[in-house]
Write a protein that binds this ligand. Structure first.
Ligand SMILES: [Cu+2]
Length: 153
């Protein structure tokens, strides 16, 4: 009897520790921030298999305008990374540095400047379970440092 009570107590303590994390972190909502030093604050993002939709919010923590230090967030298959980056440069800021109709772009935000935020929501049905993708900023010259790995499931 003593053994049962102590193991139940341990379970209660574990549940109490886990609960705040479950309540605060919605695994289907992601955030990332870019700065004036041409850096993202995260190099990996992960979405749980149970998410039907993902909302990615991009923040720009810097002060520079979007014409000189703009950032966006673009999701692609790893194999399309360089080609999408190149096509984006040619598309210009009017198209948020994403070539119009580019089927290789799975999801993207608009380009923002310092102090701004923007979001994009997309269904996970476009992703393969267990798949590994890449994200990047397509502002000219940024993708080499502003990129990361995106995992689903
Ligand atoms: Cu950028």
């Amino acid at each position: 009897m003593t053994v049962m009570r102590s193991s139940l107590g341990a379970i209660t303590v574990l549940a109490a520790l886990a609960l705040p994390r479950l309540v605060l972190a919605d695994p289907c909502k992601l955030e990332i921030s870019g700065n004036d030093q041409m850096q993202f604050d995260k190099h990996e993002l992960w979405v749980a298999a149970g998410c039907k939709e993902v909302t990615l919010t991009l923040h720009h923590s810097g002060k520079l305008g979007k014409e000189i230090m703009g950032h966006d967030w673009v999701l692609v298959s790893a194999a399309d990374f360089s080609a999408v980056a190149s096509a984006g440069v040619g598309a210009g800021i009017a198209n948020d540095y994403v070539a119009p109709g580019d089927q290789r772009v799975l999801a993207h935000t608009k380009v923002i400047g310092g102090g701004e935020s923007t979001s994009v929501t997309f269904p996970t049905s476009i992703l393969k379970p267990g798949g590994t993708y890449k994200y990047l900023c397509t502002f000219p010259g940024h993708y080499a440092t502003m990129n990361g790995t995106f995992k689903f499931g």
